[in-house]
Design a binder for this molecule. Structure first.
Ligand code: 5GP
Ligand code: 5GP
Ligand code: 5GP
Length: 208
C-alpha cells in the first residue's frame, strides 16, 4: 500500500443510539424505509490522528457514487439508517460520510471496501447486547458511565469512548459509542486517544 499525505493513525468506528438522537429539542425523522430497529446504528468510520485531530474531505475527485454500493444498500438501511430531517433513503448521509471521512482513507479502502468494512465491524461489536448482558437496558433509567464502559469492554473486548447529549428536558443521555480500529479497517484496537468526554457520571439510556 502506497502511503500519502492523507495517511492517518487509526479509525474511530462510531455508533449512535437512535433514542438519543430523536428525543432532543431538534427531534428526528425516520428514514423512508420506516422506524429503525431499537439497536445502536452506525454513524461512521472516521480516520483520526493519534493527537486527536483528524483529516476531512481529502479528495474532491473521489466523490460518493451510489452505484458502487448497490449490493450493500439493504444492509445499510438496517444498520446505518439516517435519522436527520427531512426523511430520506440514507444515500445523502452515506455520501456525506464517504466524502468527509472515507476519502481520507482511500489509500487503504476503496468506497465499496469502506462501507463493507464498517458493516463487518458492526457485526463484531454488538453494543446493545454487551449492555443488556450487564443489566443495562434502554429503559429511561440512569446508569453510571463507568458501568457502561465496563459492560462494553467485557462484551466487545475493548474500552469505548462515550459521547452524551441532552434530551428535550436537558437530561444527559448516552448518544454515541466510539471504538477504535486499525488502519486496515478490519480489527478493533485499544484507542490511542479518546474524544473529549461529554458525559456526566450518571447518564440516561432512553428507550426508542
Ligand atoms: P460533533 O460536533 O457533532 O461532535 O461532530 C460533528 C462531526 O465532526 C462528526 O459528525 C464528525 O464528522 C466530526 N468529528 C467530531 N469529532 C471527531 C473526531 O474525534 N474524529 C473525527 N475523525 N471526526 C470527528
Ligand atoms: P458527521 O459530519 O458528524 O460525520 O455527520 C453528521 C452529518 O450527517 C450531519 O450533517 C447530519 O445532518 C447528517 N446525518 C444524516 N443522518 C444522520 C444520522 O442519523 N445521524 C447523524 N449523527 N448525522 C446524520
Ligand atoms: P450537520 O450539519 O453535520 O448536518 O449536523 C450538525 C449537527 O446537527 C450534527 O450533530 C447532527 O447530528 C445534528 N443534526 C442534523 N440534523 C438533525 C436532525 O434532523 N435531528 C437531530 N436531532 N440532529 C440533527
Amino acid at each position: 500500500v502506497v502511503s500519502s499525505a492523507q495517511d492517518f493513525d487509526f479509525f474511530y468506528f462510531v455508533q449512535q443510539w437512535p433514542g438519543s438522537y430523536c428525543d432532543t429539542k431538534r427531534s428526528c425523522c425516520y428514514p423512508v424505509t420506516g422506524k429503525p430497529d431499537p439497536i445502536f446504528t452506525i454513524h461512521g468510520l472516521w480516520p483520526n490522528y493519534n493527537d486527536g485531530s483528524y483529516p476531512s474531505n481529502c479528495d474532491r475527485q473521489n466523490d460518493f457514487d451510489a452505484r458502487e454500493i448497490e449490493d450493500l444498500e439493504k444492509t445499510m438501511q438496517k444498520y446505518w439508517p439516517t435519522l436527520a430531517c427531512p426523511s430520506s433513503d440514507g444515500l445523502k448521509f452515506w455520501g456525506h460520510e464517504w466524502d468527509k471521512h472515507g476519502t481520507c482513507a482511500e489509500s487503504q479502502l476503496d468506497q465499496h471496501s469502506y462501507f463493507l468494512s464498517a458493516l463487518n465491524l458492526y457485526k463484531k461489536a454488538n453494543i446493545l447486547k454487551a449492555l443488556q448482558d450487564a443489566g443495562i437496558e434502554p429503559d429511561d433509567r440512569y446508569y453510571s458511565v463507568e458501568s457502561i464502559k465496563q459492560a462494553i469492554k467485557r462484551g466487545v473486548g475493548f474500552t469505548p469512548g462515550l459521547e452524551c447529549n441532552k434530551d428535550e428536558s436537558g437530561n444527559q443521555q448516552i448518544s454515541e459509542v466510539y471504538l477504535c480500529v486499525d488502519t486496515s479497517g478490519q480489527e478493533f484496537i485499544e484507542c490511542p486517544t479518546f474524544p473529549r468526554i461529554s458525559c456526566r457520571k450518571e447518564v440516561q439510556f432512553p428507550s426508542f
